[in-house]
Design a protein around this ligand. Structure first.
Ligand SMILES: [Zn+2]
Ligand SMILES: [Zn+2]
Length: 69
């Protein structure tokens, strides 16, 4: 039983470790605007896209999928 318990703890630790690495990779990814999209143009002008759909997506830390395919 002792060996099984150790194995369970090890598996849990491995799962948590993998999850942490994945979350970090996701966080490090910068928002990508599609070339020529409304957001891309606004960013190049030093502004932020004022489309309601894009503003809403940015609030969630995402990029508008409607405009940036
Ligand atoms: Zn936009
Ligand atoms: Zn949009």
């Amino acid at each position: 039983m002792k060996a099984l318990k150790t194995l369970t703890i090890f598996t849990l630790a491995a799962c948590m470790c993998t999850g942490g690495i994945l979350a970090e990779e996701k966080k490090a990814e910068p928002p990508k605007y599609t070339e020529g999209s409304c957001c891309d143009k606004a960013q190049k002008e030093g502004k932020k896209c004022d489309h309601p759909c894009c503003v809403g997506a940015e609030k969630d830390g995402k990029v508008c999928k409607k405009c940036n395919k």
